[in-house]
Design a protein. Structure first.
Lengths: 136, 426
């Protein structure tokens, strides 16, 4: 019985290696490709234009100034997670929709707009631009 | 590469100090557990992270200087080639996390963000956790792993995620090598190696962006601590080590507390009155978690215990279907290969052989854990199918260690001499 069990474990291990090895090789190749890039280029490679837009937004604001991250759709919050992460320690506050932002008496002045249907990025908007987005 | 060096030196040294106090433990896992737990408690009483690290370093050094080395039975004197089955994939994972930036969802949204906040604020109850400066989803998640990451960030002089993610593949590698060592004490060496290899090569552990070793989730750490506590239960020699791992479970993920309680209940059978020594650290860590949660902003996690008590009786007809749904994820080939199929086969073999002890001990964790997770899915505010779709594979990871024990037990045993193990004084 023990030898049958051992054969079964070997079979299970072979199946796991067969399932994992191609993905692991792909991952190593990706790592080797990214090795030549600096860290920001690597992040941009993985996260696409979102990362560049986070850096651009961060550069345009004074250090430590809070940002309101406003999501056009609830699903945009998924992008907001990455914006939140890479902006930290810059303070952020999340709003689902323009109305939620405008109703908050303690809203930050700086506005990061996320609408992934139009672009996979965060955009720094003025109040006027936000009003235009809201009226669309 | 400074963070990587810190990881390779700090955690094994703290783990070595733990082994001088509790008897032989896997250094890396014990170092990760002890660092996270002690720094959590120190920060809870107002000691900043930097000072906490200094205190822990001094205490670890004193312990290493004063306490004698334990005997090291079960550890091979020379490296053996079969460890390559574990080491090679872990090296590949280390290479990957060195150059591929952090991007998995939960790791980015919750775990690494908390680590950056702890490293930046030096506290677990600062403005970030009080909800005063940054959106922190799942704010009340336990902090053991984020604290470990934060200490690496602090010691390497920055709050970025570069190379700190070496922690995650190394936890998997350390767990696999410890499984190999412990199983060799009771089972044929080839079986021990195969089980360790099966763990690291299973796609859910090796590759999956949701919970795998190249992501920044806490599930592998919880799986590791559950496995360690479970193996102490199987050995039945040290209730102090058992309690140490159970306490670490509580501070790693919310699922850790109920699984730890299950293990402690099984521990009553194995350790008898000695189980009190295990219950004390468990209660202390649970109390620390409760105190911390009373000080921070509780965000998007409802009163799950209250929902279980109030809703489960009225929704009980959904419970068995939920168990079935959860179990079905164990058979997803691309995540688990044949892992759980072999476990079912092992259960049949053990029942035929009437090896009830192995079945009962593993059953407490696996059946208890699956029942718990299924019950939670029944009372959750989420749609049950959607909740299981995003969590089932990760929840099953927590139970992998006891499952591997079933596989090893079914393959046969070698004569065990546990006289060398340091049994608690009665």
């Amino acid at each position: 019985m023990g030898s049958v069990v051992r054969a079964a474990i070997i079979l299970a291990l072979v199946i796991s290696i067969w399932l994992t090895l191609p993905g692991l090789i792909r991952t190593i190749r990706q790592a080797a490709d990214l090795r030549r890039l600096d860290v920001h280029a690597r992040r941009a490679h993985i996260l696409g234009p979102l990362y560049e837009s986070i850096r651009a937004l961060d550069r345009q604001l004074p250090p430590g100034e809070p940002v309101a991250l406003i999501f056009r759709q609830p699903a945009d919050a998924d992008l907001g997670i990455y914006v939140n992460y890479y902006l930290y320690p810059r303070p952020t506050k999340h709003y689902f929709g323009v109305d939620a932002y405008q109703q908050d008496p303690r809203r930050p002045a700086a506005i990061g707009w996320i609408d992934r249907e139009s672009a996979w990025e965060v955009r720094l908007l003025s109040r006027q631009q936000l009003a235009e987005e809201a009226s669309r | 590469m400074i963070p990587a060096l810190v990881i390779l030196v700090w955690f094994p040294l703290v783990g070595a100090a733990v082994s001088r106090l509790l008897g032989r433990v896997p250094f890396f896992l014990a170092g990760a557990a002890a660092s996270g737990m002690s720094l959590f408690v120190l920060m809870l009483v107002g000691v900043p992270l930097g000072w906490g690290i200094a205190i822990l370093a001094i205490c670890s050094a004193l312990v290493l200087l004063i306490r004698p080395r334990p005997r090291e039975e079960g550890y091979p004197r020379r490296p053996e080639l079969d460890v390559l089955l574990v080491v090679v994939p872990v090296l590949a994972m280390l290479l990957a996390v060195t150059f591929i930036p952090q991007h998995d969802y939960d790791g980015t949204a919750f775990w690494m963000l908390k680590a950056k906040a702890i490293a930046t604020e030096g506290a677990v109850d600062g403005p970030f956790f009080r909800g005063e400066n940054t959106f922190s989803p799942r704010n009340q998640y336990p902090l053991l792993l984020p604290i470990d990451v934060a200490l690496v960030m602090k010691m390497s002089g920055g709050a970025d995620d570069l190379a700190v993610r070496w922690i995650f593949p190394l936890i998997l590698g350390s767990l696999a090598l410890e499984i190999r060592r412990r199983f060799r004490l009771r089972h044929p060496p080839a079986v021990a190696t195969l089980c360790a290899g099966l763990l690291v090569w299973t796609p859910q552990f090796a590759l999956k962006p949701e919970g795998g070793a190249m992501s920044a989730y806490s599930d592998i750490a919880l799986a590791a601590f559950i496995t360690m506590a479970f193996l102490e239960l199987v050995d039945g020699t040290s209730s102090a080590r058992f309690g140490f791992w159970a306490a670490a479970m509580v501070l790693t993920k919310s699922e850790g507390l109920p699984i730890a309680v299950l293990l402690i209940l099984a521990g009553v059978w194995i350790f008898r009155r000695r189980v009190i020594a295990a219950a004390v650290p468990l209660i202390a860590s649970a109390a620390a978690l409760i105190i911390w949660r009373s000080r921070i902003e509780l965000t998007d996690e409802g009163d799950l215990f209250g929902r279980l008590v109030s809703l489960l009786p009225s929704r009980f007809e959904d419970f068995l279907p939920a168990v079935g749904d959860l179990s079905s994820y164990a058979l997803v080939l691309r995540d688990w290969g044949a892992f759980w199929v072999i476990v079912v086969g092992a259960v049949v073999v053990l029942m035929v052989r009437r090896q009830w002890r192995a079945l009962i001990l593993a059953g407490v964790v696996i059946v208890g854990g699956m029942a718990l997770y299924s019950a939670v899915s029944v009372v959750s505010e989420w749609d049950r199918a959607e909740l299981l779709r995003v969590t089932a594979a990760r929840l099953l990871m927590h139970l992998a260690g006891p499952a591997l024990y079933l596989i090893a037990s079914a393959s046969g045993a070698r004569k065990v001499d546990v006289s060398h193990l340091d049994v608690d004084a009665e």
